[in-house]
Design a protein around this ligand. Structure first.
Ligand SMILES: [Zn+2]
Ligand SMILES: [Zn+2]
Length: 424
């Protein structure tokens, strides 16, 4: 072997060596040696000539950066991965690549792009391998629709994801969908269901999660905490949030830390302890900005606005709400816009500024109409106060009491006959 050949062997990793090095990185990653793992993987990426190996190592890098909350890097690797999949022209690789693109965009709150990549995934004609990913695609699509406040489609996607989870006996997926359903029902203010689903997720972690990453436990505790806060069970909310934060800190999970800090701040706000709330909002905002969670930033501005309102700092409150509104508009999150207009309306009423008041009322009503947040049976609003809701198999949502009084006349919104309540 001449020197030139030997040089080639060093530079160009073959299939076996690639596989070995990826495994080595995984072991380091699981042992919480993230930096070392990333170093190994990036080396593989530079040196491998095997497209399958390149695809897989990009997958590792995508997952790791997602968990660290480095969403821009996550997107960068997802774009490289889809290029590799295109070169290989394999529908299974393409499906997985598009799923990772969807997820990166979901994390960066680019919800329209998320939906469109998810649709691409569902249209791919892959083998059973990619069919197994469909549940995760539906979950991501549900999260994106929830981000856009398109509630019926969000629920429809979550139901599909749950069905895939049941059919494939995929408890991790079921756990993640349950957490998302917690957020869904928090937004629609059915706080009983908002607590039920994350509790179910916590149960799954207890029953099946011995070998799972602790982040599943942390995630379910966080969602339980939010529901407890909404139910005004603040000590329970505090306890769950502390548990979640503890794990998030141990694992360097920045995205979850930001959410927990936001929730801590909200708990203190509910206790009327603004002095404790403000610094937590501030810390949360720092991380949300760093990782690029714009929806989180919008929620921080809303919380800060409510605190300032408690302190009767009307102009400062309006300022914070204005920032929330700019983000809500950019992201297409109509529910946040609705909340901003509702709060601003109250402030202008206090200030007796009639023109601005009228403007906010008009915008508020526009949001209500666009969101279709009313019960198709009684015509009253949904999501205005804590009320029990129930969805039909068509994913139209009604007050539970209205459905019970309706007998079996079918869905009044789409006239489908089946009245059997859906999964969720
Ligand atoms: Zn009703
Ligand atoms: Zn219907």
């Amino acid at each position: 072997m001449n020197i030139f050949m030997r040089h080639l062997l060093v530079v160009d990793m073959g299939q076996d060596q690639t596989k070995q090095q990826i495994e080595k990185g995984l072991k380091l990653y699981q042992a919480n040696q993230t930096d070392k793992a990333l170093h190994v993987w990036i080396k593989v990426l530079e040196k491998t000539s095997d497209p399958g190996g390149k695809f897989r190592v990009l997958g590792c890098l995508i997952t790791a950066h997602s968990e660290m909350g480095k969403y821009k890097e996550m997107l960068k690797y997802a774009l490289a991965q889809i290029d590799t999949a295109r070169e290989m022209e394999d529908p299974d690789y393409l499906t997985e690549g598009y799923l990772n693109l969807a997820r990166s965009n979901e994390k960066l709150c680019d919800f329209q792009k998320t939906v469109s990549y998810c649709k691409t995934c569902l249209n791919m004609q892959g083998t059973t391998v990619s069919l197994q990913l469909n549940g995760q695609v539906c979950l991501s699509m549900g999260n994106a629709f929830l981000g856009l406040s398109v509630f019926q489609k969000a629920l429809e996607s979550y139901e599909k994801a749950l069905r895939y989870a049941h059919n494939n006996d995929d408890k991790m997926l079921e756990c993640r969908v349950c957490c998302s359903l917690g957020s869904f029902y928090v937004q629609l203010k059915d706080y009983e269901k908002a607590l039920f689903f994350p509790c179910k997720a916590a149960e799954l972690v207890n029953d099946y999660g011995k070998g799972w990453s602790l982040k599943y436990r942390a995630m379910s505790q966080y969602h339980m905490s939010v529901a407890y806060r909404k139910l005004e069970r603040l000590p329970d909310a505090m306890e769950c949030c502390e548990e979640s934060m503890k794990i998030a800190l141990q694992h360097g999970d920045r995205p979850l830390q930001a959410l927990c800090l936001l929730n801590f701040a909200d708990i203190h706000r509910c206790r009327k302890d603004v002095d404790k709330a403000f610094p937590r909002y501030e810390s949360s905002m720092c991380i949300m900005t760093e990782i690029g969670n714009r929806l989180g930033q919008c929620q921080v501005y809303l919380g800060v606005g409510k605190c300032l309102l408690q302190q009767k700092e009307l102009d400062k409150a309006l300022d914070s709400l204005q920032r929330a509104q700019e983000l809500a508009e950019a992201l297409g999150t109509k529910l946040c816009s609705l909340k901003v207009h509702c709060l601003s309306e109250g402030i202008y009423r206090m200030k007796e500024s009639q023109d601005e008041l009228r403007d906010q009322v008009v915008k508020f009503l526009q949001c209500v109409e666009e969101l279709e947040l009313y019960c198709g049976m009684c015509g009253e609003s949904i999501g205005e106060k804590n009320q029990q809701l129930q969805a039909l198999p068509c994913s139209h949502i009604f007050h539970l009491k209205c459905l019970q009084n309706n007998g079996s006349k079918g869905c009044p919104k789409c006239r489908r006959s089946s009245m059997k309540p859906g999964f969720v």
